[in-house]
Ligand binder design. Structure first.
Ligand SMILES: Cc1cc2nc3c(=O)[nH]c(=O)nc-3n(C[C@H](O)[C@H](O)[C@H](O)COP(=O)(O)OP(=O)(O)OC[C@H]3O[C@@H](n4cnc5c(N)ncnc54)[C@H](O)[C@@H]3O)c2cc1C
Length: 474
């Protein structure tokens, strides 16, 4: 095949789509609105000189576990994953922390009365990760290639996090699971919230929750490096306002969300398809803070220093109340806070002896409420004296995030709510295909959804290539 394609947007899904298209024999140009490629996978000096902060994503279980990324020579292009000794710590008010160890046997031991239940639930999926990941990271199939494993995952995952957590007797394990399930942005009582908890835990054991040496940008640079060897370049500072301005092409793949797709390609889309896109729902937003610190965070539970990611929310019920508030359009008090401390494990992130931290909490979409005091109170609760370590901070409201990456609509970092309806029909029944035969959508608003794995771009490009090929044959 030979043809010409444009990819609009250089997030991980845009870059993945571009690589698949070039591998499929199509000449591709990638157009990126921002001055630096990567979308929510960028690293910038956001506070003081010498402090490198991840603007968006920071920790990459699905990046390391992505079937497509794993097929690329990313290490040859400078990507080096760093694993903290433990993937995750979850401190509690008694001054201790529940630690999710990468090793399943270690976790089984550390979870005490719940160790056996945790092991029984997770082990089949951890051991089956290499076949589970490709099944999960694609559109739902009613005829999966591994029906027994998928049925087992479906039965556990389709329930609510609260239902699944009933398998655990101890409050510590229930709290740990709530923090994992809260990545869903769903209430702990909604179907599917358990699936996120499961996926986060399984990936921690199967592939770890690594950070890239040098920051998120190293992953983007490695993807761009792969593209360069395929003679494809990313043109930055090149926002696309209308696909009609692109000139001749055979295919356009849009790493944008439905609202933007209507803006840039509306004239090419049918009224009925635009109505479907109009019904697409965005999820809650995030309120994010990046810190330059004079010292490591003074955790009461020293175990927190072993993990790059720390979940701050206390008990299951407390996290459930926080997430329920956000899902109902309110501001949580106290909020559940997700924190990453990469410089503890990657000295390239800050000047010698200094540190960085990245923290966010969930807020209603488009919220204008300043959550800084509440977010820092939650960190202080588990690390008294944290505020004394702050050299500088950079606060991002949902609209600040959107101003630096147009896909973060109202601060939604997942490209749209992931409830049952949008899990099945994302963004519509036809997934990547639009009503225009040469235009496709490939962002996290398509299956399998948010997270840095590139699988939305991969499947969108495969779909576009096979349909284009079929058209050429006919
Ligand atoms: C604060 C935050 C924390 C996160 N934490 C994690 C994490 O730790 N781990 C994880 O796996 N995921 C995390 N995520 C989610 C993850 O980053 C996203 O799901 C992922 O980046 C989505 O990739 P994408 O390619 O679909 O979109 P994006 O990464 O958003 O990229 C879209 C790109 O398209 C460009 N674009 C948009 N419109 C146009 C246009 N008209 N013309 C040209 N270019 C355009 C944008 O500028 C952007 O570069 C986080 C996200 C955020 C914001």
């Amino acid at each position: 095949m030979s043809g010409k394609a444009w990819v609009i947007g250089s997030g991980p899904n845009g870059l993945a789509a571009a690589i698949v298209l070039v591998q499929g024999g199509v000449a591709v140009d990638v157009l990126e609105a921002e001055p630096l490629p990567g979308g929510a996978v960028r690293t910038l000096e956001l506070t003081l000189p010498g402090f490198l902060h991840d603007f968006g994503s920071a920790v990459y279980p699905l990046g390391a576990g992505s079937p497509f990324f794993s097929s690329l020579p990313l290490a040859n292009h400078g990507l080096n994953w760093i694993h903290s000794p433990a993937p995750l710590a979850h401190p509690l008010d008694d001054g201790t922390a529940v630690v999710l160890e990468r090793d399943l046997d270690e976790t089984k031991k550390s979870l005490g009365v719940d160790g056996a239940a945790w092991d029984k639930l997770m082990r089949p999926f951890v051991e089956g990760w290499s076949v589970l990941a490709p099944e999960i990271l694609r559109p739902v199939s009613f005829f999966p290639r591994h029906p027994f494993l998928m049925a087992r995952f479906g039965i556990a995952g389709l329930s609510s996090a609260r239902t699944l957590a009933r398998r655990f007797r101890g409050e510590r394990t229930r709290a740990l699971f709530a923090g994992l399930a809260a990545h869903s942005f769903l209430s702990m009582d909604e179907p599917l919230s358990a699936a996120f908890g499961l996926l986060m835990a399984i990936s921690a054991h199967a592939v770890g929750w690594p950070i890239p040496r040098g920051g998120a940008q190293s992953l983007t640079n490695a993807l761009c490096g792969c593209l360069r060897t395929l003679e494809c370049k990313v043109k930055t500072s090149s926002p696309v306002h209308d696909v009609a301005d692109l000139g001749n092409y055979d295919l356009v793949l849009c790493d944008v969300t439905p609202r933007q797709l209507v803006n840039i390609a509306g004239k090419r889309l049918s009224e009925s398809y635009k109505r479907q896109l109009g019904r697409y729902r965005y999820g809650p937003g995030v309120f994010k803070v990046d810190y330059a610190l004079s010292a490591p965070i003074p955790w009461r539970a020293v175990d927190c220093l072993r993990a790059a990611t720390v979940h701050l929310g206390g008990s299951f019920d407390e996290i459930a109340a926080s997430e329920q508030a956000v899902r109902s359009g309110e501001h949580a008090d106290p909020p559940f806070v997700l924190l990453a401390q990469p410089s503890l494990f990657d000295s390239s992130r800050a000047p010698v002896g200094k540190h960085t931290a990245w923290a966010y909490c969930h807020v209603p979409n488009g919220s204008k409420v300043d959550m800084l005091a509440k977010l820092e109170q939650q960190i202080e609760r588990f690390a008294p004296g944290f505020r004394d370590c702050i050299l500088a901070r950079r606060v991002f409201s949902p609209s600040d995030l959107e101003s630096m990456d147009a896909n973060l609509v109202g601060g939604d970092i997942g490209g749209g709510v992931m409830d049952i309806r949008q899990f099945l029909f994302r963004p519509t029944r036809s997934h990547y295909a639009t009503s225009a035969k040469d235009i496709y959508i490939c962002s996290s608003s398509t299956p399998p959804g948010g997270g840095v794995h590139g699988m939305c771009g991969y499947h969108a490009a495969k779909t576009a290539l096979s349909r284009w090929n079929a058209r050429l044959q006919s």
